[in-house]
Design a protein around this ligand. Structure first.
Ligand code: G6P
Length: 612
């Protein structure tokens, strides 16, 4: 979603804000803007397009100051153009604001303000908020931060905002409800951002604002208080856990490729200290207090969005098979508006890379109202979902910058394997079966290295299938979600239409689409589904489809029938799906690169969707 960055200190704010915006660009990027305040007033520049476009138009002889705000926008209200880009100003030109989120009652507020004669320049809900703040500030004689607070109590919706006013030039105000904000505390200087990535260049000391909190920064320091009741909130700073190197591309042309390669390490990082190879079990400190409640759950709901939802689908297979607990997997956006059968014996597992996805957050809030136990599987430490769930397990994959999720997905799966192993052992899995599964899980990183060694082969398949407008991905059992995820990766970054289907369901529709122009990716491990999948491959071959088979063992039959084979080493039938997802990431990546797509910043997508 939109990215927010603010600076308050003694340095020139512009380079700090611009670097911050570049770091945040992955969140949303149809336009960008910056505003800086100094003793003589304030100035701003904004531009549709990427941050580099904004860079071209900035005149740094005008834009000078040591307090400022910057924004990358992902459009919700109003098309992405220069006018709708943030910052937005009130009609006096004194108050500037940047905003992430949606003001739901903006049309009612706008009408009231228009009736007072205030004219609007943009189509955004954000401009309504800044005009409201201005109206209160200039009519009620309040201090600027008080006026902001009064305005925020009148709005309905979600926001992360940073704002300043020329009339109180030594004050920066930020507030959060529904959109994350992190305050970085340096040496007599402050940074505020929607995540820690623009802050880590300057300080590692951060305070995560919680829902309903606002911060006022002045030369005397910072003060945090509740937006609704004005109570003072004392919070201690924590340390950012990742390094600058982790959020830079290094020698890789794209973050996505870097993150795909990091899976040789991240899968093990997720399991490190949690997997007991000797005993064939797992240790999960983050949920240890709630083990009994989970084990005795009447059902588990896994709720998530996008790629995390696919991980959840795979988790269903693992948990039902090993833990013996019924599992339902729900899109968070659907779950929260459904009437699920939840009580205090139900466990809700929310899976989210960012830990900030608005729908997933709302789903766990709803589940809590029913008294359910909520468990978070998140990558971002300190994120909203991580903090609002009763307990949880971090995936420890490190910052994921590429919009298309890769290493976070396999890390989520790794956590689900750990849960399945742990509860499997409690549910009658023998020690030797546990040891076998644990060993296979631990060995996955080496096998990922072998998959990476096939990169050239996968790139050549991408060359051969470059002209295809559609792809089909087919798998059975736990490989069905792998098919869904393979198709999603391709759609997201190459804009090729792709669908994932259970292999047998193909006969009930998609088979009509198959001809010599349709590549079909089959997931064909040598498990109990192999013969059936082979029959499905034959059905596609008979209709001249282009067969790309991902398998853990080549057979004569497979070689004869497949146009291309991608080998995936696997030592356990349950680890094949995770390993098989990696060549599909690479295939999507190479197709996108060959088609000239902006892999790390695919059109219309955002890394973290903080609006519903
Ligand atoms: C967006 C991202 C996806 C991600 C989904 C859920 O759509 O582009 O890559 O899978 O949100 O995000 P989460 O952070 O909750 O895993």
């Amino acid at each position: 979603m939109c990215g927010i960055v603010g600076y308050f200190g003694k340095q020139d704010a512009v380079p700090i804000l611009m670097k911050g915006l570049k770091r945040l660009e992955y969140r949303g990027y149809d336009s960008a803007g910056i505003a800086v305040l100094n003793g003589d007033g304030s100035h701003s520049f904004k531009k549709a397009g990427k941050v580099s476009e904004l860079d071209k138009v900035i005149d740094d002889t005008i834009l000078k100051g040591s307090i400022g705000i910057g924004h990358t926008r992902w459009a919700t209200h109003g098309e992405p153009n220069d006018i709708n880009a943030h910052p937005h100003w009130d009609h006096t030109g004194n108050i500037a604001i940047i905003h992430n989120g949606i003001i739901e009652n903006y049309s009612v507020l706008k009408k009231v303000l228009e009736e007072k004669g205030i004219q609007f320049k943009s189509d955004t809900d954000t401009e309504v908020l800044v005009q409201l703040i201005s109206d209160i500030y200039y009519s009620d004689g309040l201090e600027f931060d008080q006026a902001v607070q009064v305005a925020l109590n009148e709005v309905v919706g979600a926001y992360g905002i940073v704002t300043f006013c020329n009339d109180e030039p030594e004050k920066l105000v930020a507030a959060r409800l529904g959109s994350p904000l992190v305050l970085g505390i340096g040496d007599n200087e402050y940074f505020i951002a929607s995540d820690a990535s623009p802050i880590v260049d300057h300080t590692r000391n951060v305070v995560y604002l919680d829902e309903g909190e606002m911060v006022t920064i002045t030369n005397n320091g910072h003060g945090i208080r509740s937006i609704s009741d004005n109570s003072i909130i004392n919070k201690t700073a924590t340390e950012i856990e990742f390094s600058i190197e982790e959020i830079e591309k290094g020698d890789f042309p794209h973050y996505m490729l870097k993150e795909i390669h990091e899976q040789t390490k991240t899968i093990t990082d997720t399991m490190r200290g949690r997997l007991n190879l000797d005993e064939g079990t797992a240790f999960l400190g983050g949920v240890s207090e709630y083990i009994d409640r989970i084990q005795k759950a009447n059902r588990i709901y896994i709720t998530a969005c996008g790629t995390s939802w696919h991980a959840g689908l795979m988790g269903k297979y693992l948990l039902e098979e090993f833990a013996g607990i019924p599992v339902h997997v729900e899109y968070a956006s659907e779950f929260r508006y459904s009437t699920p059968i939840i009580d205090s014996h139900t466990v809700i597992i929310a899976i989210s890379q960012s830990g900030e996805t608005a729908d997933t957050l709302s789903a766990i809030r709803m589940a809590k109202e029913y008294g359910a136990l909520t468990v978070g599987i998140c990558n971002v430490v300190g994120s909203s979902i991580a903090r609002e769930t009763d307990c949880g397990i971090y995936t420890h994959a490190g910052p994921e910058i590429g919009v298309a999720s890769t290493k976070a997905f396999t890390a989520q799966l790794s956590v689900l394997y750990l849960l399945a192993l742990y509860f499997g052992r409690k549910n009658g899995m023998s020690k030797s079966a546990g040891q076998k599964l644990a060993k296979a899980m631990w060995d996955m990183n080496k096998q990922v290295e072998e998959v990476m060694a096939n990169t050239d082969e996968i790139e050549s398949i991408a060359w051969e299938t470059l002209k295809a407008d559609n792809f089909l991905y087919l798998g059975r059992g736990m490989n069905f979600p792998v098919a869904l995820e393979g198709a999603l990766k391709l759609k997201e970054i190459s804009y090729i239409h792709a669908e994932g289907y259970p292999a047998a369901e193909m006969k009930h529709g998609p088979i009509a689409l198959i001809d010599e122009n349709m590549p079909v990716v089959f997931l064909a491990p040598h498990d109990r589904t192999f013969d059936k999948v082979l029959s499905n491959i034959q059905e596609v071959k008979a209709r001249k489809g282009v067969i790309i088979t991902v398998t853990d063992k080549r057979t004569k039959d497979l070689e004869k029938i497949s146009d291309y084979i991608i080998d995936v080493p696997s030592t356990h039938p349950r680890t094949f799906p995770l390993l098989a997802s990696i060549p599909l990431q690479l295939l999507a990546y190479h197709l996108a690169v060959l088609r000239g797509c902006d892999v790390d910043r695919p059109r219309n997508l955002a890394k973290s969707v903080t609006v519903e």
